[in-house]
Design a protein around this ligand. Sequence first.
Ligand SMILES: C[S@@+](CC[C@H](N)C(=O)[O-])C[C@H]1O[C@@H](n2cnc3c(N)ncnc32)[C@H](O)[C@@H]1O
Length: 245
Amino acid sequence: MFNVFINNLLQTIHRKLRLSPMQKVLRELKKRNVRLHDLNALEVFGGSGDFHTKDYAFQVSTLDMWEIEPKYERALKRNLPMAEVKITDSFREIKNTIRKYGLIVVDNPMSNYGDYCEHFDLFPDIFRIAMDSAILILNVIPESNDIALKKYPYLFNKVQLARRKSFYSTNHPEKVLFDEIVEVYLNLSKSNGFNLEWYFFQKRSIVYYLVLKITSVKNKFLKEGIEKTPKSGIFTKAKKIDPYT
Ligand SMILES: C[S@@+](CC[C@H](N)C(=O)[O-])C[C@H]1O[C@@H](n2cnc3c(N)ncnc32)[C@H](O)[C@@H]1O
């Protein structure tokens, strides 16, 4: 209980000082000329909205929030009165919604839950709800450490490691390098008709935000008057930026 109080207090102080990891992401987006106030945003895993949604909610054009637990509905509506809250299973919703978003924030649970693991099962559906130009913000975990493993004993259990092995195509799922992580989302973007324009990482804890700017390849070629998307040679290499420490 005391720990929760201290954590909440620290979070509030961080926010007031504009030092929360999400506020750092917002500053970097602005530097990259992303106009937040033009974006329709989706928070895929709403929770109570306390962790980070409050940081950007007032800055975007519209905000949809999905959350599976009905117990969070009241807190969400209180914390984020401007948001449209939907109590739903995000993995089903992402297959059914006809809405598209310019900012998709995926604050997924850290391990496996039910049949799902991290945000892996949102792919490739996430591309069908992305606008032709969109920012994706994902929680990624390159590796764990002793403190986190003590605090979250379920972290990196056998099932999660097997899912990471398959998703990141790696034999060392307990430690995936930043470049290896990016390569996977770059390839997923390519195979779903999107170009990865740029990306950057922002540290939160053992969890990092991976921020990806994607643009639809089809749209680019249609705009240029080319009817068919060529099969190869169309993807610019993503600009590499060192992960923040
Ligand atoms: C890390 S928390 C999100 C925190 C939130 N973004 C915030 O700023 O406070 C993850 C949330 O995902 C929710 N969740 C888990 N499985 C889900 C599912 N299948 N569909 C929708 N939400 C789910 C959990 O109930 C939990 O509230």
